[in-house]
Design a protein around this ligand. Structure first.
Ligand SMILES: Cc1cc2nc3c(=O)[nH]c(=O)nc-3n(C[C@H](O)[C@H](O)[C@H](O)COP(=O)(O)OP(=O)(O)OC[C@H]3O[C@@H](n4cnc5c(N)ncnc54)[C@H](O)[C@@H]3O)c2cc1C
Ligand SMILES: NC(=O)c1ccc[n+]([C@@H]2O[C@H](COP(=O)([O-])OP(=O)(O)OC[C@H]3O[C@@H](n4cnc5c(N)ncnc54)[C@H](OP(=O)(O)O)[C@@H]3O)[C@@H](O)[C@H]2O)c1
Length: 285
């Protein structure tokens, strides 16, 4: 298995560009993990308020229209990966080689500008869940992004005794962003002051891979069905009396997890009517 603690160099901004795009924000740092994954941070509009776990529309100007020469913004939904209190905004992104946005976005550098529409929305928020004892975050691929925000949100530790984050990817390197974030978080003394002493012990990280060999292999759906998740962590099976869940992955993943949660007796919640679990797509596939 690869050493996931190895740090990838971070490119950091030296100068601030003058905004020229509509809703422009300036890129402050970029970090690449694999040929398919990277993260970046941008300046935060002073007026932007959001709840940890929400998403916004971000993008770049598209290519000029061949006839008119006019450019239109090319926007996509992105979970904000940073917590609501952070002075910058962080995003964790796929690189789709022929993707209209990410074929370009993957080349951004500190000092460049992106467009950010400041209208945050989403269902992966604490307000949509009823109180409980144990909170599960179930993620695949870039579905980790909203949980990168929520894992750095004080409410997560105030509301729950235990926070279980499962992240399933095809390969080990695809776990790097989440792995490093959780390691850094657990060692951060300032976070301990903010989240309370011993908060790190509440985090139970459960990474799995499905194609490349790693210490824990398998789809999380299989590991729930055969009980390995619960045996490995030494906790009881899913129970609507104590357990709450947030889910973010592909449509197929979301549907499969939803079926398992409902089989265990948990009911889906929403902003308007809190429940025992909430779901959001990590991409439209
Ligand atoms: C609510 C919501 C939140 C999202 N949050 C994020 C996020 O935080 N980070 C992120 O990288 N993307 C996120 N996405 C996906 C994002 O909106 C874009 O689809 C992605 O940036 C690719 O854009 P594109 O124009 O390059 O390709 P698109 O034309 O949008 O997508 C092309 C194809 O690439 C695949 N694809 C797209 N996005 C992903 C992905 N994230 N993981 C795996 N395969 C993908 C799909 O098969 C899709 O059909 C989110 C989508 C939704 C609906
Ligand atoms: N990531 C890559 O290396 C790669 C390479 C080529 C193409 N792509 C394309 O990029 C897109 C996204 O790829 P991705 O790897 O980010 O996302 P993905 O295909 O959704 O897979 C992410 C992880 O989720 C698991 N998974 C998928 N569906 C599931 C379900 N219904 N229940 C439980 N677990 C499930 C996968 O396991 P399984 O491995 O068992 O499916 C994998 O470990 C896809 O359209 C894919 O074709 C990705």
């Amino acid at each position: 298995m690869r050493d996931m603690t190895e740090q990838t160099p971070v490119t950091t901004a030296t100068a601030k560009a003058v905004p020229t795009l509509p809703d422009a924000q300036t890129v402050t740092s970029v970090q690449h993990y694999t040929d398919k994954l990277f993260s970046f941070r941008v300046s935060r509009p002073a007026s932007l308020r959001f709840r940890s776990g929400e998403f916004v529309m971000i993008g770049l100007m598209g290519d000029p229209d061949p006839k008119t020469g006019k450019q239109k913004p090319l926007l996509r939904a992105y979970s904000i990966a940073s917590p609501s209190w952070d002075e910058e905004l962080e995003f964790y992104s796929i690189k789709v080689q022929d993707g209209p946005l990410t074929s370009k976005l993957q080349h951004i550098q500190p000092g460049d500008q992106i467009i950010l529409r400041p209208k945050p929305v989403g269902t992966l928020v604490h307000d949509a869940l009823l109180p409980g004892k144990r909170l599960y975050f179930f993620a695949t691929g870039t579905g980790f992004a909203p949980f990168a925000s929520l894992l750095r949100e004080p409410e997560t530790y105030e509301n729950y005794d235990e926070v279980i984050i499962t992240h399933t990817c095809r390969d080990v390197a695809e776990l790097t962003y989440g792995h490093n974030l959780i390691e850094d978080l657990k060692q951060d003394e300032i976070m301990e002051e903010v989240f309370g002493e011993g908060f790190a012990k509440k985090i139970r990280y459960y990474p799995t891979t499905t194609r490349e060999e790693s210490p824990k292999m398998g789809r999380i759906t299989t590991l729930i069905e055969n009980g390995e998740l619960f045996t490995d962590l030494g906790i009881p099976p899913l129970d609507p009396a104590t357990d709450r869940a947030m889910v973010c992955g592909s449509l197929a993943f979301n549907l499969d997890i939803k079926a398992l949660l409902e089989k265990a007796g948990l009911r889906e919640g929403a902003n308007s009517e809190p429940g025992e679990f909430v779901i959001e797509k990590a991409f439209v596939g």
